[in-house]
Design a protein around this ligand. Structure first.
Ligand code: ATP
Ligand code: MP5
Length: 518
């Protein structure tokens, strides 16, 4: 038995049931979902199983109804005989100790009655009811004739998670028009049923998407506990209610504290909504990304890692091309004092950058990389010497400016940590952004036809050369290889180091504007 499977602590279930049931907290709770299906995997049983697993539980499933649906809507519902539903329920409970139950779509009166009877016999320690009535698409998932039976089921559970229209239907009132009214309705439902109510704010349209836990019987730290969160701008919210309720059942079986459970679940749900669009499932309201955290830990393949690094600095790249220094260097109007400052700082930078590349050579995991970085360190010193010969000859020794200092401090610190992967990610923007900027500026210089007339022609011609482009390509490939070998935490540090260096590259081009006094 691993530590995570060890029973943690017995607590009294927050149920209104007369005989208090004991919930034993477990690292990996065994959670049963009783719900309908969604063959596109976004809602119902399929969403529940993903949600339970994503939140650290062992998921089980008993199917109430087979639903032909996709992200656009429901086309048909097939309800197997209730005797078969009971056989499924008994098959699970006669063998497995259930730590928590989540109830979703029930569909009709007979199904509700069967589930009710099973609950009364089995008495699971923790029950969460998502009173599913209508899908996001507007299709009914509960027959109108079954609404009263669903209301009668509420007092048997520990937590009920209605959205705004479901809350109104459970109370037989009109839907709340604002959040304050929804909270009042939550209080009334808790008062009437004796259970804890999680009122969900997803159906309002404001910038916030709050949820509230309500228990007017003193079972929470306050009768109304509100959990604020910003609304995620996505239409892919199919199955959020299913996912939330099954996650709540799972996390509550781990923590025994509804407020703590909702805090953790909302944090996870927010991230799942934020990453929903990347799944690209269906043309309607697509699913949320239940496993985004697991995927973000997955080792990247091929050039995936550097591609995503490059995408992450898109705003910095646009910023660079709009800097007055770069615009003026391109059109030849740059003041000589600014250019001199830039070159002086570049020479100072290269001297220390060469040491950073030498550290990369010392850390390199392969012969090829060791040679590559050692050679790059030497080329760096040659370029610095060239700068002094060709441009800086008659000038006084430059004084290190604030941006140069910050950039070099960052490179020395990251390369001094001993992680090859992090050091290479920090060193890469100097190659990659420089190659990108010089390539684009050189193309613009050729296009405007000023040729040798351009005051900075000699400089613009220096940096555009195929060997430098090839060196950059190899540095990118080595970074991808390092990312594959790195741990998930190291990859996060690589990303942070890369993004920080990219920002310093931009600041470096802007330094003359900030610090040259004329
Ligand atoms: N766009 C969003 N951004 C952030 N959170 C959201 C968003 N939409 C819904 N939520 C959250 O998702 C959960 C489900 O809320 P909602 O009110 O949509 O329930 P529901 O209607 O039962 O869900 P479903 O979409 O499955 O029918 C709540 O925690 C809510 O705050
Ligand atoms: C089987 C089943 N259960 C629940 C829902 C509600 O989810 P949503 O409101 O997001 O469509 C659904 N569509 N299908």
């Amino acid at each position: 038995m691993s530590n995570s499977d060890r029973p943690v602590d017995p607590v009294t279930s927050a149920s209104s049931n007369p005989e208090a049931r004991k919930t034993t907290l477990r690292g990996t709770p065994r959670v049963l979902s009783i719900a309908g299906t969604d063959p596109t995997g976004g809602a119902g049983i399929q969403a529940d199983l993903k949600s339970i697993a994503a939140n650290g539980g062992y998921g089980m499933a008993v199917i109430t109804a087979l639903v032909a649906q996709n992200t656009r809507g429901v086309t048909a519902v097939h309800t197997p005989p209730v005797q078969f539903l009971r056989q499924q329920l008994d098959a699970v409970s006669s063998d497995v100790q259930i730590d928590a139950v989540k109830i979703g779509m029930l569909g009709d009166l007979h199904v509700i009655e069967e589930v009710r009877s099973w609950l009364q016999v089995t008495r699971p320690p923790l029950v969460v009811l998502d009173p599913v009535m209508v899908a996001t698409s507007g299709d009914r998932l509960l027959m109108a004739s079954a609404e009263q039976a669903l209301r009668d089921l509420v007092p048997l559970v520990d937590l009920v998670t209605p959205n705004v229209p479901e809350l109104a239907a459970l109370l037989q009132e009109g839907p709340a028009e604002d959040w304050a009214e929804a909270i009042q309705q939550g209080r009334r439902l808790s008062e009437q049923s004796g259970v804890t109510v999680l009122v969900k704010g997803g159906h309002f349209t404001g910038a916030d998407c709050p949820d509230v836990l309500v228990n007017v019987h003193g079972m929470l730290a306050g009768s109304v506990l509100e959990f604020a969160s910003a609304r995620v701008a996505t239409k892919n919210t199919h199955g959020t209610g299913c996912s939330l309720s099954s996650a709540m059942a799972t996390v509550q079986a781990q923590t025994g504290d509804w407020a703590e459970s909702l805090r953790r679940v909302k944090d996870w749900l927010d991230d799942s909504l934020t990453h929903a669009d990347s799944l690209e499932v269906g043309g309607g309201n697509g699913p949320i990304h239940h496993f985004h955290r697991l995927f973000s830990d997955r080792a990247p393949q091929g050039a995936d890692f550097t591609r995503s690094l490059w995408e992450s600095i898109t705003p910095i790249r646009s910023e660079i091309f709009q800097l007055p220094f770069i615009v003026a260097l391109g059109d030849g109007t740059l003041k000589l004092a600014d250019f001199d400052y830039y070159l002086g700082q570049d020479a100072l930078y290269l001297r220390t950058y060469s040491r950073v590349l030498a550290r990369l050579s010392a850390l390199a995991p392969t012969d090829e990389e060791q040679r590559f970085w050692a050679n790059s360190a030497q080329v760096c010193l040659d370029v610095e010497a060239d700068l002094h010969r060709s441009w800086l000859g008659g000038h006084a020794q430059p004084v290190q400016g604030p941006v140069t200092k910050r950039y070099l401090d960052h490179l020395m610190a990251t390369s001094g940590q001993g992680s090859y992967a992090v050091a290479i990610a920090a060193a890469l923007p100097c190659f990659w952004l420089y190659a990108d900027v010089s390539e684009r500026m050189h193309a613009a210089y050729l296009a405007d036809g000023s040729g040798k007339e351009h005051p900075y022609a000699a400089w613009l011609e220096t940096y555009i050369n195929e060997p430098f482009a090839e060196t950059t390509r190899r540095a990118i490939a080595f970074t991808d290889a390092a990312a594959v070998a790195a741990s998930p935490r190291e990859r996060l540090n690589m990303r942070a180091a890369f993004e920080q260096s990219a920002q310093y590259e931009s600041d470096f081009f802007d330094a003359a504007r900030r610090y040259v006094r004329v």
